[in-house]
Write a protein that binds this ligand. Structure first.
Ligand code: COA
Length: 196
């Protein structure tokens, strides 16, 4: 559902009843006012995702920079970035950040910079709904591709992207704190992507 009337973009709403406790959820565009919510989800999701892959000091160093409240607020001033928040029963449970990219860049396309759900919000189909919202925004901006770089050792996330139509493009390297990290780059052609 898209509701522009209340100054809020509600991208998708629904009700998940597959689990013992039914959950009302909504995916909406973020603003700078969501910086605390994004930061708190990132802290917990990162601990859960990377605790066996990235030493704590490096995780901390990276989070302190990439998820500082100042930086998150600045990101929301930029016209090339779009944030998405998963709200479950009024509580933030996940977020995504999309960079729309520069069409003159080689290769051209949008980049999914982050997608993190709290552990208890995973495996309920909501990551896929977040991804659908991200893809719709990238497509609406005319991006020919959606790119994502995943930690090379995150086998579950890599399989998840592959299941959702992304093709492996090759390796890349980045740094998390002091750690050099091998990443796996994936791409999704937006013009061929068929929703399923
Ligand atoms: C990777 C991630 C975004 C995937 O989102 P998710 O919501 O957990 O994934 P989905 O629910 O869409 O799909 C996962 C599985 O749940 C299943 N599923 C979908 N709907 C379901 C439902 N209603 N009830 C139960 N299971 C369901 C899917 O079939 C899928 O099964 P399979 O992959 O085991 O075959 C999420 O797990 C996450 O944030 N992980 C930690 C951070 C991370 O790795 N991020 C990616 C790096 S950028």
């Amino acid at each position: 559902m898209i509701d522009h009337n209340q100054g809020k973009l509600i991208l998708r709403t629904g009700r998940i009843a597959c689990y013992p406790v039914a959950v009302n959820y909504k995916i909406r565009a973020t603003t700078g006012a969501d910086a605390e919510a994004i930061q708190s989800v990132a802290m917990r999701a990162w601990e859960n995702t990377y605790r066996d892959l990235v030493p704590e000091a490096s995780r901390r160093e990276y989070l302190d920079k990439a998820y500082s409240l100042d930086w998150l607020r600045q990101c929301h001033q930029r016209s090339d970035l779009r944030g998405f928040l998963l709200d479950q029963d009024g509580q933030p449970a996940g977020f995504a950040m999309l960079s729309l990219g520069d069409p003159a860049e080689d290769p051209p396309g949008a980049v999914l910079r982050s997608l993190y759900l709290l552990p208890e919000a995973q495996q309920q189909g909501q990551g896929k709904k977040m991804l659908d919202a991200v893809i719709a925004a990238a497509r609406a901006a005319g991006a020919p591709w959606l790119w994502v770089a995943v930690h090379g050792e995150l086998k579950a996330a890599r399989a998840w992207y592959e299941k959702n139509g992304f093709a492996y493009d090759g390796p890349a390297e980045t740094t998390m704190g002091h750690e050099k990290v091998k990443m796996a780059v994936y791409r999704l052609p937006l013009h061929h992507y068929a929703k399923h």
